[in-house]
Design a protein around this ligand. Structure first.
Ligand code: DOR
Ligand code: ZN
Length: 398
């Protein structure tokens, strides 16, 4: 396949043609005969290091098919799926079982996480990453730190520091305050190499710098805050903070102190979230909306296109060592095409999640019209045309 258009290439937008062979980009050149024209701006597909697609065990909330289809619609072409499923992914058996069920139903490329625990020592020869929970959260308990050279994403909230019940969004912030995150990150100093998931405060980012850890911020800690009328639909761990903190996190993302954005797509059913605050589970669905909202932020001038591509695409791919996130020879042919003048308002009913709701209803966004995974068109003119183009991809961090 050969596709031509306005391509984001090495920090610039150029008119060129991308030649694809065996799912990879072979060449990027000015003139190649027989190129198919793609309208709008062509960007690399986004790389999301943090999703919860709920399979196995909670497939009434999401499953690998619906989650990866939503990802494709939102311009995400590679996801790493978290292990807090039922059963949780803790050992070889649960990993291989999960892989065999999900691998034939993926609409974008993927990798999988294991829970970090003492069982993980026996996982030699299996390619994946680890998740370390330091405090209790939805379907997960505090795990153990064991030495490994693998990529470890950490949920940094110290178990003994947090209160496990709360009555509204402001109280939820008090129940799991920023200092519990800061202390958790500090306790990891000199214990290995870690990637800190969903940092929710500027002090946490400082702590990551001191500990030489990489870190990610979620869209909800940038776009939402605890004083919005979201009720339990905004309940998430770590909690939404005050509005001024979202502004601090934006600054730190733009100045390079925060490495990447990852969605932490964590769907729960409408009925569960519509329940009283205390019993509602924590988690927010995001995978389909965050790249389109960021593309709108680029349009509005809140962030440069260059920085947006780094935090959404190239840098997350580098962190886990996959040849993705760039349109360059040798990289996987994962791309999206967007018409940057087509600004739409997000509507729950247009999204593809099983849970059927989003806290971003009414937000402005620019959705890709085309999504390509490994050289296969998955979304074309906003229609889903390329079922099951996704494959399991080995990561190679550090
Ligand atoms: O709010 C959260 N929801 N935080 C987590 O750590 C887990 C996630 C989920 O799986 O629902
Ligand atoms: Zn998560």
């Amino acid at each position: 396949m050969k596709l031509e258009g306005r391509i984001y290439y090495r920090g610039e937008i150029i008119d060129a043609c991308v030649e694809i062979e065996d799912g990879k980009i072979k060449t990027v050149k000015k003139h190649i005969p027989g190129c198919r024209k793609l309208r709008g701006l062509i960007l690399p597909g986004a790389v999301d290091l943090h999703v919860h697609f709920r399979e196995p065990g909670y497939t009434h909330k999401e499953d690998f098919y619906s989650g990866t289809m939503s990802a494709a619609y939102g311009g995400v072409t590679f996801v790493m799926d978290m292990p807090n499923t039922r059963p949780p992914v803790t050992d070889r058996e649960t990993f291989l079982e999960k892989l065999s069920t999900v691998r034939t139903r993926a609409n974008v490329d993927f990798s999988l996480y294991f829970m970090l625990s003492s069982k993980a020592e026996r996982l030699k020869n299996i390619n994946g990453a680890f998740k370390l929970y330091m405090g209790e959260t939805t379907n997960a308990h505090a795990g153990e730190i064991i030495p490994t050279d693998a990529f470890i994403s950490v949920h940094a909230e110290l178990d003994e520091c947090i209160r496990k019940t709360s009555k509204d969004l402001v109280d939820h912030d008090y129940a799991r305050p920023e200092h519990c995150e800061v202390r958790a990150i500090k306790s990891l100093f000199d214990k290995g190499r870690f990637h800190i998931a969903h940092v929710s405060s500027n002090d946490s980012v400082d702590m990551c710098k001191i500990g030489k850890f990489t870190c990610e911020v979620t869209p909800h800690h940038l776009f939402l805050h605890r004083d919005m009328p979201l009720k339990a639909f905004g309940k998430v761990n770590p909690p939404l903070r005050a509005k001024w903190m979202t502004e601090k996190l934006w600054e730190l993302l733009i100045d390079g102190s925060i490495d990447i954005v990852a969605s932490d797509h964590a769907p729960h059913t409408y009925e569960e979230k519509d329940d009283d605050f205390e019993s509602a589970p924590s988690g927010i669905p995001e995978v389909e909306t965050y790249v389109p909202i960021f593309l709108y932020m680029v349009k509005r001038g809140r962030i440069s296109l260059k920085r947006a591509v780094e935090i959404l695409m190239s840098r997350p791919a580098e962190l886990v060592g996959v040849k993705k996130g760039k349109i360059e020879p040798g990289y996987d042919a994962d791309m999206i095409a967007v018409d940057t003048s087509n600004i739409t308002k997000i509507k729950d009913r247009d999204l593809h999640y099983k849970c059927g709701w989003s806290p971003y209803e009414g937000f402005s966004a620019i959705f890709p019209h085309t999504t390509i995974v490994g050289g296969e068109i998955v979304i074309e003119d906003r229609e889903f045309v390329g079922e099951r183009a996704g494959k399991f991809v080995k990561i190679n961090p550090f």
